[in-house]
Design a protein around this ligand. Sequence first.
Ligand SMILES: [Zn+2]
Length: 132
Amino acid sequence: MRVLVAGDDIGSGAARRRGWALEGELLRPPSPPCGDTACGCGQRWTGLASARAAQTGVVAELHLEREGLLAAFVDALRNEGRLGDDENDPDDEPDWVADLVDQHLDLARAHPLATVIDLHDGLPVAAFRQAS
Ligand SMILES: [Zn+2]
């Protein structure tokens, strides 16, 4: 399945796009803000494993289905303290989590492998790049 993972830093000088996520980790699209105004999770990609911000995502192919991706999003958000872990409480797996998974998959499906997807004001913009 086509997914979005953290890319390496691209560009140089003032145009260099910084990211702190680990190269190759799955990314969560900008999410409903968590309440910490300094956090930036509403404007940046967030690495599922590291919980660190990324400026650029890259389309990659991974052996993973939608259910597995949804579970990874839920696990990451629980680890970040954004979600509770009561399976019987619908607030602990709210609709916006599934919406983020679908945003992720729609973006990945819409672009060829190795496409760089940048964020401008929190909205994704594809920047095509030759696969190396
Ligand atoms: Zn946040």
